[in-house]
Design a protein around this ligand. Structure first.
Ligand code: MTE
Ligand code: MO
Length: 261
């Protein structure tokens, strides 16, 4: 069955609608707007992805492929010397919103004394890190905008060591492709090494100059102002460096992996 055969037209419309819906979930808002503004058609999707699209499964495959192309383009366009905008303290959003795949009262409670950050994968020194050890690293503080794909954004102040300093200290292979994290609530994600080494990518231990409250990710989160909210994992338990592509909790449900903001 070809998409372009005349008798296929009715079904093609339905597939196009499905594809648009999938795309809505696959691409970050900005690229989605640019895409849809141009009027996406199935033929356009076929051309873009290089796939023949004649049913929902192949439309999904095409979109996954586009999402991977999108990752690649975003990776290529990512300039590690460009900084995300910062704001004065007076612009901090209060109260700052909470978001997770569960309600606020379900946020994990982690014992500060027992906490050890595990380090795994392509790193020379694999010993776990306690909170006082992490707090002893040079600390940075920044007020940046967090953008969630669910349609809200908020300005917050996060403080803590640079992930890049930490990766250097643990003897990470800085030529590896990915840095992944596992969180206490089962959440997980992974980022490209260029973003991991970006000067604004922090191991955030503080929110608003105080230790992160449980709802914002105690005892540590990755604060990455160059990426969308779902690429900012809270309650981190383990960090691993790898060349193996690993997606993430929302990325496995269709969100774009690079997730630039
Ligand atoms: N561990 C964990 N991290 C997470 C999430 C989550 O459900 N669990 N949700 C993500 C999403 S989609 C958003 S928008 C932000 C929300 O962070 P906030 O509660 O500090 O606003 O956390 C991100 N990191
Ligand atoms: Mo989000």
């Amino acid at each position: 069955m070809s998409l372009f055969s005349p008798w296929h037209k009715d079904n093609a419309e339905a597939v196009a609608a499905e594809a648009r819906d999938l795309l809505r979930r696959q691409l970050p808002q900005a690229s989605r707007r640019r895409f849809l503004a141009r009027g996406l058609t199935l033929g356009g999707l076929s051309l873009l992805s290089g796939c023949v699209i004649d049913d929902n499964a192949s439309a999904e495959a095409a979109l996954t492929r586009i999402s991977r192309i999108n990752d690649w383009v975003q990776g290529r366009l990512f300039d590690p010397s460009l900084l995300a905008p910062t704001y004065p303290d007076s612009m901090i959003t209060r109260p700052f919103p909470f978001n997770a795949f569960y309600d606020e009262d379900m946020a994990p409670r982690i014992d500060a004394g027992d906490f050890r950050l595990e380090v795994a994968g392509l790193v020379a020194h694999k010993r776990p890190w306690s909170l006082p050890e992490l707090r002893a690293l040079p600390r940075y503080s920044q007020v940046t905008r967090h953008i969630c794909v669910e349609g809200w954004s908020a300005i917050g102040k996060w403080g803590g060591p640079r992930l890049s300093d930490f990766l250097h200290m643990i003897g990470a292979d800085l030529n590896a492709r990915y840095v992944g994290v596992h969180c206490a609530d089962g959440y997980y994600t992974s980022i490209d090494m260029a973003t991991a080494l970006h000067p604004q990518t922090l191991i955030a231990l503080d929110w608003d100059d105080r230790p992160l409250p449980p709802k914002y990710g105690f005892p540590m989160k990755l604060r990455i102002p160059t990426k969308l909210g779902y690429k900012n994992p809270k309650h981190i338990q383990a960090i691993f460096v790898s060349n193996t592509f690993n997606r993430g909790y929302w990325e496995d449900q269709g969100y774009n992996w690079f997730g630039g903001s």
